[in-house]
Design a protein around this ligand. Structure first.
Ligand code: SAJ
Length: 453
């Protein structure tokens, strides 16, 4: 029996030994789905502490509960390990490692390269390798297929190679790894067939495409689409501010169009591990073909400028109360990059914090999810406690992340000037609320004086 037939049978019989390399917010949910579908799973991660916690039934991923993990551990079919040599016993591996940006905004594929080196060292012929990490078109071919061909392995014969972009949305209560359609592209028809067969047992819907490049590009299209549209809404917010129009009302009205429109919203900038980074992978690769994506560059410029816009808007509002940013006490409400999660990666709130501090404000933050972070000097900054009486002492509050747990009416009733960058105070008419993209209502002198009294 050839390698293809042997692996096909193991996948069909669910006796294939499946490995997940990288047990973060993508890899751990994928490992759990793989276990639930009946395969024995080896989870490989560099972080020994994570592995020890997993063995003890402690999850480090928000969307995987300790109970779910403990259930998997008791079944004895999940083996978390730091030992790559186990690859020699595996029939299939999915690579779910980070693909960050380097300091000069170029792709950092070092995590992928490290894993590929480990697989080259320990792999058994006939292995099905699926890369899931978000990356530029050509990565699977250049960093994996060509590397194994140098060793004399032929894709589709001696090993099988696919790319299947992760579509995990941390905190999303509607869409999980299981019910989010999964695109998968293989290097050869047999690769596509085996990859589709395995993933077809893990997730509800598999979407086979003709090559890894198509799959790699589809993921970057998805996220660049978001970055560009968010940037457009940020530009609309600045335009509406100049024109004295309420951009939030404009978007709400435009959203009543049942076709041909999709709402995005202005904000203080974009954060997270995907949207700020993925378009940079695409524009970097395109430049190698002497193609400069103007949309990606302009979107990045607009989105990156939003923290400065928030600084400017805050200065305008403090000015109404005859105050300046310098020496004012400013409280940032919400620091996570999006609501109801604790993830601070690339959060625009971090940049807003630095800008306020650099301009002489005494700045604090309150976020019930994200308890602390290190500022640019490396100092640990802790969230303050949820103490409305303490909030009253600030000259203004800046709502950066619209967590659902905030009591917006109670915050508005504190009477402190609030710069709302998310329209979180929608429907609340307190005069001390100032919205991003809304004209700053210069209030009558007497009214401001009464507010200050
Ligand atoms: N943002 C805006 N305005 C918007 C939407 C988002 O300012 O209209 C900001 C958010 O506040 C955040 C950043 O952009 O700071 C990114 O937000 P996001 O909603 O895109 O959330 P992410 O970064 O978690 O993106 C993930 C992506 N998932 C994957 O890459 C697998 C993305 O493809 C999903 O569409 C997105 O989740 C989602 O739908 O929530």
């Amino acid at each position: 029996m050839g390698r293809y037939e042997e692996l096909k049978q193991k996948i069909q019989m669910k006796t294939a030994q499946v490995g997940i390399i990288g047990l973060g917010y993508v890899g751990l949910p994928l490992a759990i789905e793989t276990l639930k579908s009946g395969y024995p799973v080896t989870g490989i991660d560099l972080d020994a502490r994570k592995i020890e916690n997993l063995k003890a039934g402690i999850s480090h991923v928000q969307d995987i509960t300790n109970e779910t993990l403990q259930e998997c551990m008791t079944q004895g079919r999940f083996l978390p390990t730091t030992d790559y040599s186990i690859l020699a016993d595996l029939d299939a591996v999915s690579i779910c490692v980070p693909t960050p940006l380097s300091p000069n905004q170029d792709p950092d594929t070092s995590y992928i390269i490290h894993v590929v080196d480990q697989i080259k060292t320990y792999m058994r012929q006939g292995l099905l390798i699926t890369l899931e990490s978000t990356t530029y078109p050509g990565t699977t071919e250049e960093l994996i297929q060509q590397e194994f061909e140098k060793l004399g392995y032929e894709a589709g014969v001696d090993f099988f190679l696919c790319y299947s972009p992760e579509r995990v949305d941390p905190g999303n209560r509607s869409f999980s790894t299981h019910n989010t359609p999964k695109i998968i592209g293989g290097t050869t028809p047999k690769c596509i067939e085996l990859g589709t067969m395995l993933y077809g047992n893990l997730v509800k819907t598999v979407v086979p495409v003709s090559s890894p490049k198509v799959a790699e590009m589809s993921k970057l299209l998805e996220n660049t689409f978001r970055s560009v549209n968010i940037a457009f809404m940020n530009e609309m917010a600045m335009m509406c501010d100049k024109m004295g129009i309420n951009v939030w009302e404009v978007i709400k009205a435009a959203s009543t169009k049942p076709f041909g429109f999709m709402p995005f919203y202005p904000g203080p900038g974009i954060g997270g591990h995907c949207i700020p980074l993925d378009p940079m992978y695409l524009s970097w690769k395109a430049k190698g073909f002497r193609f400069h994506s103007q949309f990606i560059e302009i979107a990045q410029s607009i989105n990156d400028n939003m923290p400065d816009y928030v600084l400017n808007k805050t200065g305008q509002v403090l000015n109404i109360y005859a105050k300046a940013i310098n020496s004012s006490r400013i409280l940032i409400l919400g620091m996570a990059y999006k609501p109801d999660i604790d993830d601070l990666r690339e959060s625009p709130g971090l940049e807003v914090y630095e800008l306020f501090a650099k301009n002489g404000a005494k700045v604090d933050y309150f976020d019930p999810y994200a308890q602390s972070f290190r500022d640019k000097e490396g100092r640990v900054v802790q969230s303050i406690e949820n103490d409305p009486e303490a909030f009253k002492k600030y000259d203004c509050m800046v709502l950066i992340t619209n967590h659902r747990c905030f009591d917006y009416q109670a915050l508005a009733d504190l009477g402190v000037a609030i710069i709302d960058t998310r329209n979180a105070f929608d429907g609340i008419t307190n005069p001390n609320i100032y919205k991003l993209g809304n004209p700053v209502a210069i209030r009558q002198e007497k009214e401001v004086v009464s507010m200050l009294a």
